[in-house]
Structure formats: structure tokens, C-alpha cells
Design a protein around this ligand. Sequence first.
Ligand SMILES: C[S@@+](CC[C@H](N)C(=O)[O-])C[C@H]1O[C@@H](n2cnc3c(N)ncnc32)[C@H](O)[C@@H]1O
Length: 230
Amino acid sequence: MTIAYPAPAGFLADSNVYQPQDDSRLLVEAMRCSGLVPQRRVLDLCTGSGFVAIAASEMGCADVTAFDICSHAVRCSRANVAIAGVDVDVRKGSWSEALDHGTFDVVVSNPPYVPTPAEGDAQVLSPNAGPSWAWNAGPDGRLVLDPLCASVSKLLCDGGSLLLVQSALAGTQRSLDTLRSTGMDAEVVASRWIPFGPVLSARAEWLENVGLVQRGCREEELVVIRADKP
Ligand SMILES: C[S@@+](CC[C@H](N)C(=O)[O-])C[C@H]1O[C@@H](n2cnc3c(N)ncnc32)[C@H](O)[C@@H]1O
């Protein structure tokens, strides 16, 4: 798979906001390959800098609504939307608040999914690593993934689809099983192995100790899951 979406020219960087990375780009590429977006109503959950929502708009969706819990991200994504000259309705709030906004044809999300040690076991990260709330997701990485997979069908119209990116370290099969348990057809449609970045590198020993990676492994697999509501 080609990862062909650079950040748009002039895209704003903010040290309190997750900057688009391999997972963001894999999700955008999967959106493009799926052909799901043009003319459809899109919801981007956990929008961060707005990178995925802006890409959906540039792919010709009917409209995009985006949610993020972080006020820095909301400010940054609104600024990036203005710079890109597109129309995205950015809202501040948890992804679950989208449940009050009706249903959508397509839901896309790059949520926090990084397995996170308890405070005592935490490794110190470089201050340049970015905001911890963008990736920390509890000991198994599923703090957001579990409730999101369990309730996303309520956010979708009949015939609607989810595209979700996560690390396999947070349990690909568990996401597939949870989505299927709600009546959706779910499968992995894209994947990519990448070297550990600064966050996983700092946690490598803990990940080994809890059995999430084999000793010496310093790579993770990113996957994009597509789930279709009948
Ligand atoms: C991994 S970043 C992804 C950002 C962007 N979608 C991208 O792909 O570049 C995750 C984002 O989720 C946001 N977030 C964390 N918990 C959230 C929640 N419960 N509801 C909505 N957004 C949340 C964080 O503020 C962060 O901006």
C-alpha cells in the first residue's frame, strides 16, 4: 500500500496536539482505497489536528463532523480546516457525544490505543513526544477501543461503514469480535509494520514484561479495520 497523503501545505503543528503519523496516513489511504467517502456523510472521532477529517472533505464527502476531547486539538483542527479551505464541523467533546448527533454513512477514527503501564511503571518520555492523552489507553490499550467498537453501529446508518486504525498490540481480534457481536461484518483491510516510535520505545521493557511483545521486538503492526453495518 502506498502512503500518499502528506500533511497539507501550511498545516499547523502544536506540541499539545498529535501530529499526523503513520497511523493517520494509513487510515487516510484506506479511506481513499475504500471509495466509501465521496458524497457520504462522514464522522471523524478523535480528530486531533483534523488531518483525517480534512482528507475526507478533500475526497468529496457530503459533509464531515469531527470530535475531539482536547481543546488544543479543537483549536488546531479548526485552524487547519480554515487553512485547507474546507468545511468541517469540529466539535469539542468525547467521541461518545456524537451519539447525540444522529447517524452517519461513514465513521473514521484513529483513537488512543497504546497499552499504558500504571504510573509507577511509566517511563519518562521526551517533552517533544507530544500529548499523552492522544495515545495512552490503559494497560491493554482498549480504554477507547472497547466502548467505541461496542457502540459504533449506533452511529451508523443502515449500510454505513467504520474505518478504524489501531495497533495490533491493542488486540485486533478483540476489535473484530466486538464489532461482529453488534451485527457488523468486520475485517482488516490494510496493515503495515512500523518501527517503535518514542512512546513504545520507552515502554519496550514493560511491553516485554507483560507479554505484549516478544523479547527484542521493536516493531508494531498497524491495522485498519473496516466494519459494515448491514
Ligand atoms: C492518536 S490521536 C489521532 C489524531 C488524528 N485523528 C490523526 O489521525 O492524526 C487521538 C486523538 O484522540 C483524542 N481523544 C482522546 N480521548 C478522546 C475521547 N474520549 N473522545 C474524543 N477524542 C479523544 C486526543 O485528544 C487525540 O487528539
